[in-house]
Design a protein around this ligand. Sequence first.
Ligand code: PGA
Length: 245
Amino acid sequence: MPVHLQIVEDEVDVARAASQHVCAQVRERSDAVLGLATGSTPEATYAELVQLYRERALSFARVRSVNLDEYCGLDGAHEQSYRHYMQTHLFDRVDIRPWNTLIPDGLAADREAECRAYEERICALGGVDLWLLGIGSNGHIAFNEPGSSRDSRTRCVQLTAETIADNSRLFAASTEVPRRAFTVGVGTILEARRVLLLATGAHKARAVAAALQGDPGTHCPASFLREHAHCTFVIDRPAASMLES
Ligand code: PGA
């Protein structure tokens, strides 16, 4: 089945549409396993979800969550860690139970064991119902950089210069961006029952076009999503600007 493409006006509409997808999933199954992403793109979606929670239209009391990735070497309390991001943007603002939130431990001494345990935990949860994703300007999903195979699993990877440059805006200097990160694999993501990729802005247009209309392959890990039976891209007009009709 081809990727379902939902093109909306702007980033406000992307957040609104994405939060509706998440809401529908949690209403269908109150103990849904949500796969979550960090980065600039989903921030507005989390704000919408917090608002729905405050309006009592949504509860996370039984929801379980799994995150895509985490920087190696950062403590969960570090301001740029993805644990900190999730606490600030969502977890501390809704009724999700802390023990139901899973994020790789950036400080794990045995990185291979951490990756194995992460996959086992996802399995023990029964797999992910809906995985929310962003897309990197180089076509990465999570930290599956170009070159990542379709069957890749949770592992510790080297970040590309492009990703370090993209992410350095959040650090005092680009030298402070960790060089390695834990990431679930493309294969891990493809096993989710549904996938929802969000993209906003013209700087994502090339990656979106490559993912949806370019030759599929490891040069653009997001292109593997075309194999998924239930994948939706929710993107705004600038991010859709390089798609051929
Ligand atoms: P962004 O990152 O949402 O900060 O643009 C997306 C990604 O790199 O996956």
